[in-house]
Design a protein around this ligand. Structure first.
Ligand SMILES: Cc1ncc(COP(=O)(O)O)c(C=O)c1O
Length: 369
């Protein structure tokens, strides 16, 4: 099996699994319990909080552990004050767009920030927003489909000067590029564990001191009373370990992924009718999305699956709907080309041999249609 869908999820790192196992077997104490077994869990959570904080350049107490990026994004939007206006970019993950639409249905104003054909936020759209500034803006740091990285620091600076709070979804950017909460200048940032070789079902919302959010889950005092529920200690320990490894290995991973991506792109570009999306944009080192004129992306995905190659035909959540991806639609892409989209997201366990095997299989499949 050649797994080329690391933006959907990553295989767990063996070292992460080793760190987690004791908390699944022997150290099962509830972190709120006062006896030794409970205190062991509490200490493990504190260590993990420090590891996640170190990766994104913040203090530990700014990390609110959640069940993942989806919950972190939902929680972030609670920073919108009553009656206030919200703005989100046109290419956000559904875990931002759907709560935003719900807020709109409840009477909040909602503006959508346009992107250009490369997938970049348009400065004119930000300038337009500032005519009548919203209270909260959500702009993702890197897109899950195209891999395009936004200049969040620049927009956050402009918005902040007008008293606007900024949230960034850094789920895809984390561990693929340096992510400094301070340098981004945002007030809220979402993270997820399973995109960085950690376990699924764990993530965090980073909150700047003084930024008010309201808990989505009620019924316990955990996570500074912002996220009730007994902590998933093993998963949190795994997320912490994955963050520690990412910090240590970021440069080496980036260099390796860029080498693989370059090999992949050079070979893809020899295929007639194939178009690389956002080719010249600043993209994550692992992500390549392309379309092939006259092809159906879902069908190609299934044929690759039959050859034991896992790719995505766009965002995992949008696949199977039969509609072109909302991200590519926002980039004003031709509908037929958008429907032919295939996303390759490389990971640290992929090899050059796998990239070449993928290319060979792809070429042979294209000869058959
Ligand atoms: C950009 C982005 N944000 C949020 C999420 C949701 O994260 P999780 O799967 O941890 O809920 C994803 C997952 O695909 C994502 O790509």
């Amino acid at each position: 099996m050649i797994y080329l869908d690391n933006n959907a999820t990553t295989p767990i790192d063996e070292r992460v699994l080793d760190a987690m196992l004791p908390f699944l077997k022997n150290y099962y104490g509830n972190a709120s319990s006062l006896y030794r077994l409970g205190r062991l869990s509490r200490t493990a959570i504190d260590i993990a909080r420090g590891q996640v904080a170190a990766l994104v350049d913040i203090r530990s107490e700014q990390v609110i552990f959640t069940s993942g990026g989806t919950e972190a994004n939902n929680l972030a939007l609670t920073a919108l004050p009553p009656q206030a206006k919200l703005a989100i970019s046109a290419i956000e993950h559904p875990s931002v767009t759907e709560p935003a639409l719900q807020l709109k249905n409840k009477g909040h104003g909602l503006s959508i920030i346009a992107v250009d054909s490369s997938g970049y936020i348009m400065q004119e759209a930000i300038d337009g927003l500032l005519q009548c500034p919203p209270a909260l803006v959500s702009i993702m740091l890197a897109n899950n489909e195209t891999g395009v990285v936004q200049d969040v620091a620049r927009y956050a600076g402009q918005l902040r000067a007008h008293g606007v709070k900024v949230h960034t979804d850094a789920v895809q950017a984390l561990a693929k590029m340096p992510v400094s909460f301070k340098r981004l200048g945002v007030q809220l940032m979402s993270l997820s564990s399973h995109k960085i070789y950690g376990p699924k079902g764990c993530g965090a919302l980073v909150v700047e001191k003084g930024t008010a959010i309201a808990p989505v889950l009620l019924g316990g005092g955990q996570e500074q009373e912002l996220r009730a529920g007994t902590e998933n200690v093993a998963a949190i320990v795994g997320f912490g370990k994955a963050a520690e490894l990412a910090k240590l290995e970021l440069d080496a991973r980036t260099e390796y992924l860029l080498k693989l991506r370059c090999l992949l792109e050079q070979n893809l570009e020899t295929i007639p009718g194939l178009m690389l999306f956002s080719r010249d944009a600043n993209r994550l080192p692992n992500t390549v999305q392309f379309g092939i004129h006259g092809m159906d992306g879902e069908m190609l995905l299934m044929r690759l699956d039959q050859k034991s190659i896992a790719v995505s035909s766009g965002s995992a959540c949008a696949s199977s709907g039969g509609k072109p991806s909302p991200v590519l639609t926002a980039m004003a892409m031709d509908e037929a080309l958008a429907k032919s989209a295939i996303r390759i997201s490389l990971g640290k366990t992929n090899t050059e041999v796998e990239v070449i095997q993928f290319i060979n299989v792809l070429k042979s499949l294209l000869c058959q249609v």
